[in-house]
Design a protein around this ligand. Structure first.
Ligand code: ZN
Length: 301
C-alpha cells in the first residue's frame, strides 16, 4: 500500500452484490481530510466532523458524470454552526465548517465528540445537481449529529433507500489526520432478507478509521461488507480535495450574495473563498461594483 501523503492515495471503489440488489462504496479519504484540516486550520473535533462530511460527499459522488454534484449541509445547534461538503464528478471534494476552532472534551469511549460539536437538533440537507434543470434538495432532522447516523436516516427516510453508512476520521496527538475513510451500503427496499447479513458484515469491519489505520484497503472493506454475496467490482475513483473557485467566479458570487453574506466573504480588499481558504485581492473598483449592487442601485446583470 502507498502511504505517500499525496492526494493520489485516496480513492473509492464501487461494487455490486447479489446481482445488483446491493450497492457498496468504500473509500479511503485520509489525504483529503488532512488537506481540509490544513487549509481551514480546524481543531480536532472540527477536523473529525468536517472529515466525516467530506468523506460522505466523496462516497455519494462516485458515479457522477459531467457537471453533476452532490452537496451536504449539516446544520445543528452545536458550536460548529454548520458544515458544507460538496462532491463532484471526477472525485473532487471540497467543504468547510462554519467555526473551525472547535475542540470538545473526548468522550468516555475515547472518541472525538462530533455529535456534541454538530449538535443533536438541526437538519441535514442533501442537494443533488444532475447538471441540468433545478437541483433537487431533500432534508431531514438530525438524529445524533454524528453525521454517519444522520445520513443513514436521511437516505432511508427522504430517498427511500435503506442504507448503512460508516464514516471515520482518526486525528493524531499533533492534530493531523492519521486515517480516514467511509463505507456506504445500499440495498433494495424489499431486501429485508439481506439486511441482517449486511449489518453483521459492516459490523465486522469495525470503526472505519481504525480499519484504514490498520492498512485495510477499500477493496478489502468491500470484500467484508459483501461476504456471502456474489460480488462484482464496478469501478475505482480517485478522490481529492479540490475547489472550483477562480477570480471570475468569486466576483460573480459576490454579485449574487446578500450584504451580510458579502461581509463574511470580504475582508478589507480581499475575498476569501470559504471552501478552500484561497485569497483573491480585488481592486477598489471591483469591490465598489459588488456593493453598489447590494444597495439596489444597479441591476445585477
Ligand atoms: Zn475555493
Amino acid at each position: 500500500m502507498v502511504q505517500s501523503g499525496s492526494h493520489m492515495d485516496d480513492y473509492a471503489v464501487r461494487a455490486m452484490g447479489a446481482g445488483g440488489r446491493v450497492l457498496v462504496v468504500a473509500a479511503r479519504t485520509t489525504s483529503l481530510c488532512e488537506e481540509a484540516r490544513r487549509r481551514h486550520g480546524t481543531w480536532p473535533t472540527a477536523t473529525a466532523a468536517l472529515g466525516r462530511a467530506l468523506t460522505a460527499a466523496g462516497l455519494l459522488s462516485v458515479g457522477l458524470k459531467g457537471r453533476q454534484s452532490i452537496t451536504l449541509r449539516i446544520v445543528g445547534d452545536g458550536p460548529l454552526g454548520g458544515i458544507i461538503a460538496e462532491g463532484r464528478a471526477g472525485g473532487f471534494v471540497r467543504g468547510y465548517v462554519h467555526s473551525p476552532h472547535v475542540h470538545l472534551p473526548i468522550r468516555t469511549d475515547g472518541k472525538l465528540d462530533v455529535g456534541e460539536a454538530v449538535g443533536r437538533k438541526g437538519f441535514i440537507h442533501v442537494t443533488r445537481d444532475l447538471g441540468f434543470g433545478q437541483p433537487y434538495t431533500g432534508s431531514c432532522q438530525l438524529v445524533s449529529g454524528e453525521i454517519g447516523d444522520d445520513l443513514t436516516y436521511y437516505l432511508a427516510r427522504s430517498e427511500q433507500v435503506p442504507s448503512l453508512v460508516g464514516l471515520g476520521v482518526l486525528v493524531g496527538e499533533d492534530g493531523r489526520v492519521l486515517a480516514a475513510g467511509g463505507i456506504l451500503v445500499q440495498r433494495l427496499p424489499d431486501g429485508d432478507g439481506e439486511a441482517d447479513q449486511l449489518e453483521a458484515n459492516v459490523r465486522a469491519i469495525g470503526p472505519v478509521s481504525r480499519a484504514i489505520e490498520a492498512g485495510r484497503t477499500p477493496e478489502e472493506m468491500i470484500e467484508t461488507a459483501l461476504q456471502g454475496f456474489e460480488t462484482r467490482i464496478l469501478g475505482r475513483q480517485e478522490l481529492r480535495f479540490r475547489c472550483t473557485c477562480s477570480r471570475r467566479r468569486v466576483k460573480r458570487l459576490l454579485l449574487s450574495l446578500g450584504p451580510e453574506e458579502v461581509r463574511s466573504w470580504v475582508k478589507g480588499t480581499e475575498v476569501i473563498c470559504h471552501f478552500c481558504g484561497r485569497r483573491y485581492l480585488l481592486d477598489p473598483k471591483e469591490l465598489a461594483e459588488a456593493e453598489l449592487t447590494h444597495r439596489g442601485e444597479r441591476d445585477p446583470t
